[in-house]
Design a binder for this molecule. Structure first.
Ligand code: NDP
Ligand code: 2IT
Length: 452
């Protein structure tokens, strides 16, 4: 009989091997570390997982594709970027996960995102494997024509690796409806196929699902509400601090208003805005979605209630609930200490891995309800899977049906994480619950499918 301590030692050895083989990939190692440190109890209870090398297999992507993306800017200058697609795990379905266009993208970043995606997608209960991709292309300040040429060049290589039954990309940072349109158009030209299910996040008029743009932010707020409900509270009247001002942040703010909460901030990489009257959603959408502007413009146009703090930390703003919705490692232990001092009750991750390990520890130690991204932001990919289902059936569901399904899925994920944490001796710990529940589903499938 193996004990949890034995298993933690085995996991420590596995981790050391992964660190040796993947130098200079700090985000990937951080994501792996955070999962492996919670798996001891499940490996002790299910020795067949440890005996079959499942953890080692799960940490090695099935396939990693790195490619050149040449394109021409508006001045006629030739530019070269690097493209990535990491097809991490297909035990539960076709690889599924977004594409990120941001200057910081490298193989380690894509691997961290792909690794997280395996467990997130498993938690949705739907048939989707894990993958992620992107490029170090920086879309800031680029014209529509430049973005289109870049997307066409990117897809000219990517098309051969993807397909509705193989690998289904979607959006992430820097990739929204505009980019998915250009990517889909190029895929269709090259393949001469109307293969709607090859990409998700499409426009509602040509194969996209209603509520997909809203799904990540809405889902995260529903997850936060479920965590509060578990503690006998709700979102009504609670103040909320939100970071970011992109797809996830905007729809987080929208759902917070709808549930009676008061979102008081948004941010971007230049600083944050705090608005005493709560964020004016219409103005924020006009600036971000129509004008593709920055949050300082929001403060300038909003009037006396709002102020822009250049370069500051949005987590200095006191609130009952915090919803990090920008990027990885944006909330560190100093920020956590400030939030805790200011009485935060719940933290729910709209972004992927926005909270540093020390900050997660601080929240756990202070008894703050903490929803890890792989559970809390799974609503986006869940509705992507519903988009694939609609594409396959050549139908389109009404918004109400999609939103009802999203609500059910988020409540199910919350319940699964909560029950799993309790079953494995960590009551109230959603990190352990999410990691073990996601792991068990993928590991059972891999075990059944032989040495893959
Ligand atoms: P967007 O590109 O729409 O918005 C990203 C926002 O985050 C912008 O406000 C951007 O500001 C800010 N941001 C990005 N990088 C940094 C940085 N290094 N420092 C500070 N701010 C930064 O992306 P999304 O809203 O789609 O994604 C946000 C997060 O949510 C990401 O972690 C993503 O992986 C995650 N996510 C997204 C899903 C989706 O469906 N879109 C699903 C699940 C998770 P700036 O313009 O200044 O860079
Ligand atoms: O991180 C994520 O889950 C996403 N960017 C969405 C992935 C998807 O396939 O919809």
């Amino acid at each position: 009989m193996t004990t949890r301590t034995d298993q933690q030692t085995v996991l420590g050895d596995i981790l050391a091997g992964i660190e040796r083989r993947n130098p200079a990939q700090p985000e990937f190692l951080q994501a792996v570390h955070e999962v492996l440190e919670t798996l001891g109890p499940v490996l002790a209870a299910r020795p067949e997982f440890a005996d079959s090398g499942l953890v080692e297999r799960l940490c090695e992507p099935e396939r990693q594709i790195v490619f050149r993306v040449p394109w021409q800017d508006d001045r006629g200058r030739v530019r070269v970027n690097r493209g990535f697609r990491v097809e991490f795990n297909s035990a539960l379905g076709p690889y599924k996960g977004g594409l990120r266009f941001h200057a910081s993208v490298d193989l380690g970043v894509v691997k961290f995102l792909g690794f997280e995606q395996i467990f997130k997608n498993a938690l949705t209960g739907l048939g989707i494997g894990g993958g992620k991709g992107g490029s170090d292309f920086d879309p800031h300040g680029r014209s529509d024509a430049e973005v289109m040429r870049f997307c066409q060049s990117f897809m000219t290589e990517l098309y051969r690796h993807i397909g509705e039954h193989t690998d289904v990309p979607a959006g992430d940072i820097g990739v929204g409806g505009r980019e998915i349109g250009y990517l889909f158009g190029q895929y269709r030209r090259i393949t001469n196929r109307w293969e709607a299910g090859v990409l998700t996040g499409k426009g509602a008029g040509w194969g996209g699902s209603l509520i997909r743009p809203e799904a990540t932010g809405y889902g995260n707020v529903l997850f936060a509400a479920a965590m509060l409900r578990e503690r006998g509270e709700d979102l009504e009247g609670q103040s909320a601090v939100v970071s970011g001002s992109g797809n996830v942040a905007i729809h987080t703010i929208e759902k917070l208003w709808a549930l009676g909460a008061n979102p008081v901030t948004c941010s971007d990489s230049s600083g944050y805005v705090v608005d005493e009257k709560g964020v004016d959603l219409e103005l924020l959408r006009q600036i971000k979605e129509v004008e593709r502007g920055r949050v300082d413009a929001y403060a300038a146009r909003r009037g006396a209630s709002a102020r822009f703090v250049p370069g500051g930390s949005v987590w200095d703003v006191p609130a009952d609930v915090a919803l990090p919705s920008a990027t990885q490692n944006e909330l560190d232990e100093n920020a956590a200490a400030t939030l805790i001092r200011n009485g935060v009750k719940a933290v729910s991750e709209g972004a992927n891995m926005p909270t540093t390990p020390a900050a997660v520890q601080a929240f756990r130690g202070a008894g703050v309800a903490f929803g890890p991204g792989k559970a809390a932001n799974a609503g986006g990919v869940a509705v992507s899977a519903l988009e694939m289902a609609q594409n396959h059936a050549r139908t389109a569901w009404p918004a109400r049906r999609v939103e009802d399904e999203l609500t059910r899925i988020m409540n199910d994920i919350h319940a699964t994480c909560h029950e799993t944490a309790a079953r494995y001796g960590a009551p109230g710990d959603y990190v352990t619950g999410a990691n073990i529940a996601g792991f068990e589903r993928v590991a059972d499938a891999m075990l059944a499918q032989g040495l893959i």
